[in-house]
Design a protein around this ligand. Structure first.
Ligand code: EPU
Length: 338
């Protein structure tokens, strides 16, 4: 375990904003995590977990303790003729897990290629992309209760997964340190290539039989063409969620904007493409000082270099206001705010 005081977070968040945490602790394994919460953590001050910092915006210093799980490893825990169960340590990088499983020809995670963040953060956020949500390959979370240091397991039904949502963002927020996740992957791929332009990208490749490595490659290419590399321009992926509206609202918008992009949900509501709304509001590439709307994907806000978290927040509120004024639709943040 390594405990740091007055820790500069500039490299601990993919927005690349400077802020300081009173205490920052690297937990190398489960035993470290248990020892820390039982004997060292000051529970009278704020505390929370941080992964790769790829979905967080620090608008001020953190006057408490940030804990980062750094345990490592992927291990096959069970298999049958159709499936494998893999335990992945919370401190691993999500995309390293996808690469590991694709290498072994295990299927189910390939559409989630190149999503930033750690394994431990994946269930909290129920990450998703290209028609696949994390919950579809999820089996178990193994976690340590911060109050007691006791280990506990959570299964699918207990997690209340929703769109970028889980019980770890609501009832159990800040109550557990996720130490590992067990994922269930398929030995026989069920390809999902009908989302967006995956098929178009695959058609450009020369292959005889489709496999998970090809799907990963196609998705990696699409993502690289749209999404900014945080090493070049700080960002946290989609800044807003795609808003969900009732059928009447969708119908009236569709009348005024026939090109509106929306997906019908099973309950009759519609999910609108926030990127399209921001784009249609003329804000793609919109820049103010050191902050901009990404030129290739309007759902992403980028730090052009040296922006403060508070500037990014003010900029994002301006986007929300402009979209609301034009469409009467409220954009909710996807990024977590500190
Ligand atoms: N669009 C525009 N202009 C833009 C951006 C998008 O017209 O500037 C249109 C696109 O043409 C497309 C539609 O909006 O028809 C949706 O765009 P896209 O497929 O790029 O996906 P998204 O809805 O903007 C979501 C996730 C992404 C994920 C992609 C791909 C959310 C908030 N975002 O974005 O996840 O990679 O789908 O599946 O659900 C993230 O969560 O950080 C993230 C990057």
């Amino acid at each position: 375990m390594k405990i740091h005081s007055n820790y500069n977070l500039i490299h601990a968040n993919t927005f690349g904003v400077e802020a300081f945490a009173d205490t920052f602790v690297h937990l190398e394994n489960e035993a470290d995590a248990i020892d820390f919460v039982q004997h060292h953590l000051d529970k009278n001050k704020p505390y929370m977990l941080i992964g790769e910092g790829s979905n967080i915006l620090f608008t001020k210093d953190y006057q408490g303790t940030l804990m980062q799980m750094q345990n490592k490893g992927f291990e096959l825990v069970d298999e049958n003729p159709n499936f494998v169960w893999i335990r992945a340590a919370a401190g691993e990088i999500w995309d390293d897990f996808v690469a590991w499983s694709v290498q072994r020809k295990y299927a189910g995670a390939e559409n989630l290629s190149k999503i930033p963040g750690t394994i431990g953060a994946a269930p909290i956020q129920n990450i998703g992309a290209y028609g696949v949500e994390f919950e579809s390959i999820f089996n178990t979370v193994e976690a340590i209760e911060i109050a007691s240091g006791k280990k506990q397991r959570f299964y699918l039904k207990e997690l209340n997964f929703g769109y970028r949502d889980s019980i770890f963002k609501t009832k159990l927020k800040n109550k557990f340190i996720i130490s590992s996740v067990i994922l269930k992957l398929n030995k026989f791929p069920l390809f999902k290539t009908d989302y967006g332009n995956i098929q178009e990208e695959l058609n450009k490749m020369n292959y005889e039989n489709l496999n998970v490595a090809l799907v990963r490659e196609a998705i990696s290419t699409i993502r690289a063409s749209k999404l900014p590399d945080p090493k070049e321009f700080g960002n946290a992926g989609s800044f807003f969620k795609n808003p969900i509206v009732v059928q009447e609202k969708y119908a009236s918008l569709k009348l005024s904007y026939p090109n509106l992009i929306a997906y019908e949900l099973s309950n009759g509501n519609y999910k609108l493409a926030a990127g399209w709304l921001i784009d249609r509001a003329g804000l793609k590439g919109f820049t103010k000082g050191k902050v901009a709307v990404h030129k290739n994907q309007a759902l992403i806000i980028v730090n052009l270099g040296g922006a403060k978290g508070s500037e990014i927040l003010a900029f994002s509120e301006e986007i929300q206001q402009k979209v609301f004024d034009l469409f009467g639709v409220e954009l909710e943040r996807e990024v977590n705010l500190i």
